[in-house]
Design a protein around this ligand. Sequence first.
Ligand SMILES: Cc1cc2nc3c(=O)[nH]c(=O)nc-3n(C[C@H](O)[C@H](O)[C@H](O)COP(=O)(O)OP(=O)(O)OC[C@H]3O[C@@H](n4cnc5c(N)ncnc54)[C@H](O)[C@@H]3O)c2cc1C
Ligand SMILES: NC(=O)c1ccc[n+]([C@@H]2O[C@H](COP(=O)([O-])OP(=O)(O)OC[C@H]3O[C@@H](n4cnc5c(N)ncnc54)[C@H](O)[C@@H]3O)[C@@H](O)[C@H]2O)c1
Length: 467
Amino acid sequence: METFDVVVIGAGPAGENAADYAIKGSSRTAALVESGLVGGECSYYACMPSKAMLRPLDVRAAAVQLGGLPASMDVDAAALLARRDTWVSHYTDQGQVRWAEGAGITVVRGIGRLAGERTVGVAGPEGVRALRARHAVVLATGSRPVIPEFLSPVLPWGSRDATGIIEVPDSIAIVGGGVVACEAARWLAALGSRVTMLVRGRRLLPRFEPFASDLIADGLASDGVELRFGVQLTAADRPDTRDTGLGRVHGGPVRLVEADDRESTHAEVLVATGRTPARDDLGLETAGLSPADLDGPLPEWLYLVGDVSGGAPLTHWGKYQARLVGDRIAALAEGRTPPAEPVQAPVPQVVFTDPQVATVGLTAARAREAGYRLRTPEVPLDSAAGAALLRDDATGRALLVIDDNTDTVLGATFVGPDMAELLHAATIAVTAKVPVDVLWHAVPSYPTASELWLRLLEADRETLRTR
Ligand SMILES: Cc1cc2nc3c(=O)[nH]c(=O)nc-3n(C[C@H](O)[C@H](O)[C@H](O)COP(=O)(O)OP(=O)(O)OC[C@H]3O[C@@H](n4cnc5c(N)ncnc54)[C@H](O)[C@@H]3O)c2cc1C
Ligand SMILES: NC(=O)c1ccc[n+]([C@@H]2O[C@H](COP(=O)([O-])OP(=O)(O)OC[C@H]3O[C@@H](n4cnc5c(N)ncnc54)[C@H](O)[C@@H]3O)[C@@H](O)[C@H]2O)c1
């Protein structure tokens, strides 16, 4: 049996950070167990490849809408995919392994499972290794896609195929109206696929402010994406279904049947119907636990970070959880009191559509459900000169959710080009519960998109004045 201070199962962003923070600046040891590539879903199949393809599309969309630059610009598909390949390190993880080794972390290849309290068995290329954790075992196994049963036999594309695209299908149906669906529709359309989004609900991104859903739908439509709402698929078939590999068309045309018997045929179908925490086959029973127990209080030696935790399935959120857990493990190992943690920190998220959606904290609907009395100042993007200057066709809106009792910001949504970079100010305001009369003295530079803050605060004053 090999002994480490900490054993982490899963080397995605959350697992890497948990291992790093638990041993940083000490002589403690950590084993990082990984069955695939060190770096996880995010580095090779999710965030990195998608954003590597979307950023050039953002720049192109801005460039063709700025007077003084060419009014059209073709996408070079081969170059776009080459950029993606560079950002995923050509699907190799030597760089990440070097980082881990440099941080004093031992990478152990294989499938990890609990094998009793504080013990992990790893089934790897050299047989089974048993690892004992002196202080903690961290589960960081991520999530897996959920695929409606009737679609599995046609071997649909998942998000890995979409981000790892090699062969561009002539046409593709996207099932789902969430984040993966909206972002993937953009690069698939830009690469030349005829994209049809089949959305079960009545709007895209139903957890976001309704105006964000509407503006994204407009943006996708102007990129040539066909959007159909209220679609209930019931059956699918495809001749010559074949596992041709990641990012290649998986056989003949797919026929999709809807509840009202309407049919459509597409060269490929991408299923983007959500993900679920990867909690199967973790050997939990060897420690007297079941998957459901992972939602309750855990034994003091066991931690969960990242998508597997059931928290917001976002890289930055998993990394935040990992920093907290790593700090806690380090403090307990050194006999210190662990650092205080807030009861609840607000979750920020950026959806890299055109226009971008940048949001943090509660939406107005969620805040009302939670019983808050609200003010919701809302302004158009072109109310701030700096935002309007970003693109000649700049469209968008911004909204604050303000608690009427405490005069603090509970949530914010910005929709428009390059809104991602405005988000952190909102995250700070919500986290620190900064009163709006203090925000009034945070002067935004002219002419920048940050002046949207000023417009929002002015709109809020107007609400208070005219009440
Ligand atoms: C297409 C797409 C785009 C996304 N874009 C963004 C984005 O822009 N921004 C953002 O914040 N989030 C994004 N996400 C979400 C983000 O990818 C996840 O939240 C993030 O990867 C979760 O990190 P993690 O470390 O928890 O898990 P993962 O990254 O999934 O890593 C888990 C690792 O554990 C390994 N593993 C699992 N079980 C075992 C086992 N038993 N033994 C050994 N190893 C195991 C897996 O092989 C994997 O490497 C995107 C997701 C998708 C699908
Ligand atoms: N930019 C980012 O931050 C980013 C980008 C991509 C993914 N992600 C993360 O990855 C996670 C997974 O993304 P996702 O888009 O797969 O999930 P999601 O939960 O965002 O969206 C799933 C969509 O599928 C629909 N759906 C679910 N079951 C269905 C069914 N049986 N038939 C038809 N439609 C169905 C839902 O109504 C919803 O519209 C997200 O939660 C997100 O946090 C983040």
